[in-house]
Design a protein around this ligand. Structure first.
Ligand code: C2E
Ligand code: CA
Ligand code: CA
Length: 646
């Protein structure tokens, strides 16, 4: 009875950790490195003993048996050496380890029997050699088997038991003493091996825990970006192999940045972790979720039934995230946009699948914020086109191919030119004329937009230098220009060196730019103002949460977007919006320019709403630099807009 717990403990010590896959694999890896060496030692020792017994023992014992051992040993050696190169799964590790245990038990019995059967032959030296063989082999083999405790224990017990029993019964006092020594040393080695194994287990477990943490996002507890891409590669390979559909979805929150700005990052973090919790409710074996970083979450959807089901899932996600969040005592309302791409419909690699989902997201954010967008053939065509444009842009002689067109900004009451907005034009030998909103976007994405800005600004300033006082120049800057303090410095230097009066120069910045890079844009705007330049807020009203930014930027003008002007004579709400924006501008002490006036009706409505400065095709389309001088002289009476189109 008292032995039972001891044996149970021994069994648990000796067993293979079947339910711990990382440990099983680590143990197997360590174990297999030692096997070839063990078999080499075994074969060498065996032949050493065989040689000293050639002349004295029967041939079958001193030659045939060692030959058989050698064949088995070489075969095992060969197997283990080959196994080095193979990847192991927990299953194969388990099978190999339990096979190795049985084999160790079998071989030990045979080797022990062989060694003991040699004791009868020869004198004391030869007998001593057998004892030495058994003692040294048991130690060598136990060490080699340290990662397979079961086998180490079997070897120790079998060899020592036989050795001790045999020599105590039949040996003289020298052999008895030797056998006691060997048993003691083996016991000590076993203790060391057990301790060693405990350390090994702890190390493997710590490594597994680190590995687990390295794949988790600390804020939401969801798998992180690294884990997402890992999973993406694996599910993609599986989808290809099984010819199944796979979708990648990227969820991006709209409006988290303003939450961080107004309520602080602690509140922003709480919203993020609640977003994580809501999304986690969707997780099934078919839908996996990760936080990709910032306010982006990734979805992997396997076994999709149809694209309709996918779109429905996307709409559900967007609806879920439109529900208000409660963080502390604030109630926060944000929304989310989602982009999906599907294998095999859209892509040829896992990276492309992700990239296309990102593209769908990005296009959704521009056109249909707050909804789910599925990657489409149009998107594909747009990607190919921007790749083409980017390539042409990279190779272009920009100094020659870029030109500037000028569209007058007019005092509506008098028709006098208040100033001109410089608009970029690019005519490429292979692509022809490319619209500015297209190539500016591509240049921004390729990170070369500032190169374009400098060329365009230099050209615009050289035309503007010949305009009489007080005709002004308006110049569009990209977000990326403003986000880089070095670029802003270079722009300031360029202006100062041009000889054009900085107080007649306005820089136009767009609202979307401000939302993304608020701090940087605020400081850039202040620096431009410090030189004496004006700062205009372009396309006012198309973004959102605009009003909160108006107060915090040193603006001198706002430009009301042309979407409000379209049909303002007929649509009451448009009229009211323009009228109140004009009033807002007056209150803030900034000038207001109304863009995109195309018809006499719109102009009349604008005048009645109180608009003073305007820009639009009704007055003039953008014109060539040389034509600006005449326009400055004669002014622009409505309806007699310049016929020159550029
Ligand atoms: P934007 O800054 O809003 O420029 C005004 C755009 O409205 C110009 O288009 C102009 O031709 C167009 N426009 C003016 N009056 C009317 C009108 O009555 N009706 C209509 N439908 N459109 C009118 P454009 O030249 O094609 O420029 C498009 C956009 O490209 C610009 O919008 C601006 O965002 C960007 N862009 C143009 N030049 C530059 C530049 O030098 N640098 C940067 N960063 N962006 C530029
Ligand atoms: Ca503009
Ligand atoms: Ca504009």
């Amino acid at each position: 009875m008292t032995f039972l717990p001891f044996f149970r403990q021994l069994r648990s010590l000796a067993s293979i950790p079947r339910d711990n896959a990382p440990l099983l694999i680590a143990q197997f890896e360590a174990f297999r490195h030692q096997m070839p060496l063990m078999y080499l030692v075994l074969i060498a020792n065996t032949w050493a003993l065989a040689v000293t017994h050639f002349a004295i023992a029967p041939t079958w014992l001193s030659v045939y048996v060692p030959c058989a051992f050698t064949v088995i040993g070489v075969q095992r050696l060969w197997r283990w050496t080959r196994a080095e190169r193979r990847q192991t799964s927990a299953d194969t590790a388990e099978r190999a380890l339990s096979r190795a245990t049985w084999l160790a038990a079998g071989l030990t019995i045979v080797f022990t029997a062989w060694a003991l059967s040699l004791v009868r032959y020869g004198g004391p030296y030869a007998q001593a050699h057998v004892a030495f063989y058994m003692a040294i082999t048991v130690i060598g083999v136990m060490f080699s088997l340290m990662h397979l405790r079961a086998a180490a224990i079997i070897v120790a017990v079998t060899i020592n038991g036989a050795f001790f029993g045999y020599f105590v019964l039949y040996g003289n006092s020298v052999f008895r003493a030797v056998s006691v020594n060997v048993v003691l040393v083996s016991g000590a080695i076993l203790v060391i091996l057990m301790k060693n194994h405990r350390d090994f287990t702890r190390m493997v477990e710590a490594r597994a825990e680190n590995e687990r943490l390295a794949h988790l996002d600390s804020l939401t507890g969801l798998p992180n970006r690294r884990s997402f891409f890992h999973e993406l590669d694996a599910t993609y390979a599986a989808a290809v192999a099984r010819r199944k559909m796979l979708a990648v979805g990227i969820v991006d929150l709209d409006g988290l940045k303003p939450v961080n700005d107004t309520h602080g990052h602690a509140i922003g973090d709480r919203v993020l972790s609640q977003v994580g919790e809501r999304l986690a409710r969707l997780v099934t074996p078919q839908l996996r979720l990760a936080r990709l970083g910032g306010d982006e979450f990734g979805l992997l959807v396997v076994d999709i039934i149809s694209t309709e089901a996918l779109t429905a899932l996307g709409e559900h996600v967007c609806r879920m995230l439109r529900e208000p969040f409660i963080a502390g005592d604030v109630n926060i309302q944000i929304s989310a946009s989602l982009g999906f791409a599907v294998y095999p419909a859209h892509c040829a690699t896992a990276a492309e699948l992700y990239e296309f989902a990102d593209y769908a997201l990005y296009s959704g954010k521009r056109n249909r914020r707050g909804s789910a967008v599925l990657f489409s053939a149009d998107h594909h065509a747009a990607i190919r086109r921007s790749a083409l444009v980017e390539q042409a842009l990279q190779m272009a002689d920009l100094e020659r191919e870029l030109t500037v067109a000028f569209q007058p900004i007019v005092h509506v009451a008098t028709g006098r030119v208040h100033g001109f907005e410089a608009l970029a034009r690019w005519t490429n030998p292979s692509l022809g004329s490319v619209p500015p909103d297209e190539f500016i976007l591509v240049a921004e994405r390729a990170g070369i937009v500032s190169d374009l800005t400098f060329i365009l600004l230099r050209k615009a300033l050289s035309t503007a230098l010949r305009w009489p006082h007080p005709v002004r120049l308006s110049f569009n800057l990209s977000t990326l220009d403003l986000a880089s303090p070095e670029t802003v410095s270079d722009i300031l230097t360029l202006v100062a060196d041009s000889g054009f009066d900085p107080s007649r120069l306005d820089f136009e910045i767009t609202e979307t730019a401000i939302v993304r890079e608020f701090k940087a844009i605020q400081s850039a705007a202040s620096r431009l103002r410090a030189l004496g330049c004006g700062v205009s807020l372009d396309d006012f009203g198309v973004g959102y949460s605009s009003l909160s930014y108006l107060h915090t930027l040193p603006l001198t003008k706002i430009k009301i977007d042309r979407s409000f002007v379209r049909g303002m004579h007929a649509v009451r709400t448009s009229y009211k919006i323009v009228k109140s924006l004009l009033a807002l501008g007056r209150d803030m002490g900034v000038e207001t320019i109304v863009e995109g006036v195309e018809t006499e009706d719109e102009l009349r409505a604008l005048e009645s709403a109180g608009g003073e400065l305007s820009q639009g095709f009704l007055f003039s389309k953008p014109v060539e630099p040389e034509e600006t001088y005449a326009l400055v002289e004669v002014g622009l009476l409505p309806g007699r807009g310049s016929a020159n189109v550029s």
